[in-house]
Design a protein around this ligand. Structure first.
Ligand code: DHB
Ligand code: MG
Length: 224
């Protein structure tokens, strides 16, 4: 099958158009992120809706996010949380964190977003050592070379039944190109093989197309 590269983007726009208008806080957060010059690598609208749906479907109360960027994905997840729920989201880049905090402050769901300006591996290791309450869902969407480290720490912070979701695991199919050794592709390969062979993880990998090109999500459920 060949697909005109323009088609997935047009279909994504069509799908967005047949649904209710995007939430005001999401539109505003995307606009503020773009105006501030943040990289245009955040989740698409449908990916955001999918994350929101996962939080609702699992009844998650404590969500972990590695890689906040402008906070758009955190807001998508926060809007499905119960009143007392929280998204703990970690960002290492101060310029990104500043915009994310502005986006949270401007959103009716932002009070449930707790931003941690830190190196994710350090913050997560500290939380493991402190024995914080487990997270119900983790979304890993940061520097890809540390994917496995983040997934290991997310598993250490999970409970049986928790979900671990990793973004960007297909990279336009480059994961099967042995000549492609860039750290983003290698990070995707490494986390897929780690998750795929882990005895405590039941994994499904979904290839995706659309506004974000050809990529994919890894979704794993933590077993007992
Ligand atoms: C990149 C990172 C992302 O998280 C993403 O969703 C798309 C692209 C990148 O660094 O290229
Ligand atoms: Mg991503």
């Amino acid at each position: 099958m060949t697909t005109d590269p323009a088609t997935p983007l047009a279909v994504d726009q069509f799908i967005v158009g047949l649904q209710p208008a995007l939430p005001d806080d999401i539109v505003a957060a995307r606009a503020r992120s773009e105006a501030a010059g943040l990289p245009a690598i955040g989740v698409s609208s449908e990916q955001g809706r999918f994350l929101s749906l996962l939080v609702a479907a699992t009844g998650a109360r404590r969500v972990l996010e590695v890689g906040t960027l402008g906070g758009v994905s955190a807001l998508w997840m926060a809007r499905s949380l119960p009143e007392a729920g929280q998204v703990h989201t970690i960002e290492v880049e101060p310029a990104h964190a500043r915009i994310a905090q502005e986006n949270f402050s401007a959103s009716p769901h932002g009070a449930r977003c707790v931003l941690h300006l830190d190196e994710a591996a350090k913050a997560l290791a500290r939380w493991v050592a402190q024995g914080v309450a487990p997270f119900d869902l983790a979304f890993i969407d940061a520097d890809k070379k540390n994917n496995v480290r983040y997934a290991e720490l997310a598993l250490a912070l999970a409970r049986p039944g928790s979900l671990i979701v990793v973004d960007n695991v297909i990279r336009s199919g480059r994961i099967i190109d042995v000549a492609c050794t860039d750290e983003n592709t290698q990070g995707a390969r490494d986390v897929l093989s780690w998750m795929g062979s882990h005895p405590r993880l039941a994994l499904a990998v979904l290839q995706t197309v659309g506004e974000k090109g050809y990529d994919g999500f890894a979704v794993a459920r933590v077993q007992a």
